[in-house]
Write a protein that binds this ligand. Structure first.
Ligand SMILES: CC[C@@H](C(=O)O)C(=O)SCCNC(=O)CCNC(=O)[C@H](O)C(C)(C)COP(=O)(O)OP(=O)(O)OC[C@H]1O[C@@H](n2cnc3c(N)ncnc32)[C@H](O)[C@@H]1OP(=O)(O)O
Ligand code: CO
Length: 134
């Protein structure tokens, strides 16, 4: 059901510092910050030859990553995003197998303008999983 690894997301306490680190220390292709108010995050994408890294910082009062950064003040790997062809079919298969799909279960439009869903980390080996329909 899952296809390519779309991105690995890292929650960071300082988005400018993390962006500069990837650009200047690692020589990576670092994009501009983009606000995603529907998701409560500000993101910067780092484009690698085979996948992307999504640097994440809280945006607004109800950010889903605020608690994560409180527990991990230096930052940390927050989620992994796999591509799927049909996100509603993927959701239904996961629900059938007992996994918890987060939110109201309906896909939201993610940072790439494509539908995304999240699956609870407690149902996936402690790793928050994002699915993106490509
Ligand atoms: C930019 C858009 C999009 C894209 O296109 O790429 C994005 O990536 S948006 C990214 C941000 N959005 C989300 O993360 C949405 C989904 N997340 C959530 O709904 C919540 O964050 C959550 C995963 C349900 C956790 O929220 P909550 O239950 O309120 O937090 P707790 O602190 O109580 O955590 C409960 C439990 O789960 C552990 N946990 C929390 N987050 C993670 C995580 N990212 N990875 C692994 N484990 C996580 C947390 O430690 C708690 O465990 P215990 O302490 O053992 O109870
Ligand atoms: Co993501």
């Amino acid at each position: 059901m899952i296809g390519r690894l779309n991105h690995i997301a890292i929650a960071v306490p300082d988005l400018d510092a993390a962006s500069a680190q990837y650009r200047d220390m690692l020589g990576a292709d670092v994009g501009a910050p983009q606000d995603e108010p529907d998701h409560g995050v500000r993101v910067v994408f780092v484009t690698l030859p085979n996948t992307k890294v999504e640097l994440l910082h809280p945006l607004g009062d109800a950010s889903p990553i605020a608690g994560f950064l409180q527990k991990n003040p230096a930052g940390g790997i927050h989620h992994i995003c796999y591509e799927v062809d049909d996100i509603r079919d993927a959701r239904d298969r996961l629900l059938d197998k007992g996994a918890r799909v987060l939110g109201d279960g309906e896909p939201k439009i993610g940072a790439h303008g494509k539908p995304v869903l999240f699956v609870h980390p407690k149902d996936f080996n402690g790793c928050l999983v994002e699915l993106e329909q490509v």
